[in-house]
Design a protein around this ligand. Structure first.
Ligand SMILES: Cc1cc2nc3c(=O)[nH]c(=O)nc-3n(C[C@H](O)[C@H](O)[C@H](O)COP(=O)(O)O)c2cc1C
Length: 152
């Protein structure tokens, strides 16, 4: 799982407004403004746990880091997470992303339908990775950092 294997700390920041496309695609995402000085993993699609700092709630997520090349011609890197188990918009909240595994490279798709098909598969893959031994270990680390021992 290469570059995120060594990650022992979450990527933290505040949820801000994105382009507003995700909900229409059926994949609403929380867009993260990463804290200054954070190490942002290289562009790719990842599985990971999402911790909401206000409540301590933990959600299952699929994370996209990249320039959204299917829609944008810029090189600006967006950090977004689609939560599998909640549809809140998270705006203004502080969250932490605990990376479990890299799923695939970001792709410039020929159509929105192709992107949505790929994203559906990403979520299935992410679910399996979160449920794996490694996924449970990362979750234990996230809960311990939050002072909890119970599982989600
Ligand atoms: C699971 C998942 C996979 C994604 N994969 C890609 C991708 O391969 N290529 C791409 O251009 N955008 C990808 N995206 C990002 C979408 O383009 C982005 O979430 C969408 O445009 C909504 O952006 P917004 O939140 O700024 O409205 C992915 C997003 C998710 C949630």
């Amino acid at each position: 799982m290469n570059d995120v294997r060594a990650v022992r700390a979450p990527l933290t920041g505040e949820v801000v407004h994105g382009a507003g496309r995700g909900r229409g695609l059926g994949f609403p995402t929380a867009n993260l403004a990463a804290d200054p000085g954070s190490h942002v993993p290289p562009p790719a699609i990842y599985s990971g746990w999402v911790v909401r700092h206000a409540t301590g709630a933990v959600h299952r997520g699929t994370i996209s880091i990249g320039s959204n090349p299917t829609f944008c011609d810029t090189t600006d890197v967006h950090v977004e997470v689609h939560c599998h188990d909640v549809s809140d918009d998270f705006y203004g909240e502080r969250i932490g992303l605990w990376f479990v595994a890299r799923i695939r490279d970001t792709v410039k798709f020929a159509s929105t339908d192709d992107l949505v098909r790929a994203a559906r598969l990403d979520v299935l893959r992410s679910e399996a990775l979160l449920a794996s031994d490694r996924g449970r270990r990362v979750l234990t680390g996230a809960l311990a950092a939050d002072g909890r021992t119970a599982s989600v």
